[in-house]
Design a protein around this ligand. Structure first.
Ligand code: NAD
Ligand code: DAU
Length: 338
């Protein structure tokens, strides 16, 4: 198997690259990544010298560069996206450009080169919020944020290309993912690294919003299963089955690090904040033979300890690039003042 992994230098993509190279001695992987603020070559340092791995810097919108990198590829797995909901509220355009137009450009490459499979890595956020019950794959899309609306736009392009041109595409819709190497703008790494530095954890609103947490290794195994066993034109939900409020997540972090509850700081809510995500994953279980394996409490505590032991990795991002500090100031100063 020769794979082109787009967005492979980010959080989930880099786990996928490392994990697939370890699981499949006969696989070759080309990582294609623009190296935005979220793309980090440090995430792939452990495979950089592997003869089966190579890296190409490029934008998924640039069809020519993608096509050159995809030469000889059996499949494309697309992780590349702008991914942070808060940034999409702050500056939506780049989300539409990459998550919709970028996906479209990749589909054109798959069509022109006759690539045998493309997996589009999508999100449970495309269904929107659900107060009770859970969404299945045929439910209507009702995204709330510019991020999730852009991901939904990407999904619709993928499904349209299957229907119109018969493209061999599969979509996965994963739930909130946690684990090592996540850019520290997202809830878990932000709260953990703040606590490690003695800074407060900015909890939005009343902290009762619910997310379904999935370990990054389980998420990647689900994407692998979709690549190997997914039926063309189909969508597969990949959820962890671990619904927790944000306050519950914060409490586990406080407990693991031995911090006081006063470290939680309630701040102004995210505009349009989805209350709860919940998905049914029977289809992935039955058709892909996939189900999550990592125990949530154990996985989260291991993740917290990983950040505690890998301070140089996140400290470089938080304190040595300027990008994180600019974002943090722009978004949180206003929220904490309220
Ligand atoms: P991330 O922000 O950590 O990484 C995104 C990667 O894409 C980065 O390496 C970045 O450099 C790259 N990229 C961005 N724009 C690009 C472009 N135009 N061309 C090439 N590369 C580009 O994201 P993540 O959390 O690893 O998410 C990966 C995928 O999984 C995304 O598609 C996201 O929507 C989806 N997803 C994420 C979660 C989650 O909880 N993190 C859950 C479900 C689905
Ligand atoms: O559901 C899958 C999605 O999960 C992915 O598609 C997205 O790429 C990923 O970022 C994630 O989106 P969320 O918005 O759910 O993740 P985030 O970590 O930003 O926020 C998780 C919850 O924590 C959400 O209810 C908002 C809250 N939160 C977040 C931050 C950053 C806070 O209370 N304070 C914060 O500072």
């Amino acid at each position: 198997m020769r794979l082109l992994v787009c967005g492979g230098a980010g959080f989930i993509g880099s786990d996928f690259v490392r994990r697939m190279l370890a699981k499949h001695p006969d696989w070759e992987i080309v990582c294609f990544d623009k190296l935005t603020y979220a793309g980090n070559p440090d995430n792939l340092a452990s495979v950089a010298d592997d003869a089966r791995y190579s890296f190409v810097k490029g934008d998924i919108r640039d069809a020519e560069t993608v096509a050159a990198a995809a030469k000889g590829a059996d499949a494309i797995v697309n992780f590349a996206a702008e991914t942070h909901v808060d940034r999409s509220i702050d500056e939506p355009t780049s989300f539409l450009v990459t998550d919709i137009l970028g996906t479209h450009a990749l589909l054109e490459v798959v069509r022109e080169m006759g690539i045998a499979k493309m997996v589009q890595v999508s999100t449970d956020e495309v269904y929107g919020s659900i107060a009770e019950g859970s969404f299945c794959e045929t439910d209507r899309l009702a995204p709330s944020s510019p991020y999730s609306a852009s991901k939904a736009g990407g999904d619709l392009q993928v499904l349209a290309y299957h229907r119109t041109y018969g493209l061999p595409v599969v979509i996965t819709r994963g739930s909130n993912t946690y684990g090592p190497y996540q850019y520290p703008e997202k809830l878990v790494p932000l709260f953990v690294t703040n606590a490690l530095e003695g800074a407060t954890m900015p909890l939005y609103g009343d902290g009762r919003n619910v997310r379904d947490w999935l370990h990054v290794d389980d998420h990647c195994d689900g994407i692998e299963a979709a690549l190997l066993r997914g039926r063309d034109g189909e969508v597969y939900n990949l959820g962890g089955g671990n619904e927790r409020t944000n306050r519950e997540i914060a409490t586990i972090i406080l407990d693991e690090l031995g911090c006081e509850a006063s470290m939680i700081e309630r701040v102004a809510d995210r505009p349009g904040h989805d209350f709860r995500y919940s998905i049914i994953c029977d289809k992935a279980r039955e058709e892909l033979d996939w189900s999550p394996a990592v125990d949530f409490e154990q996985g989260l505590r291991d993740t917290i300890r990983w950040y505690a032991s890998n301070e140089p990795w996140w400290s470089k991002i938080k304190h040595h690039t300027g990008e994180f500090a600019d974002w943090h100031r722009r978004w949180y100063e206003e929220r904490t003042a309220k």
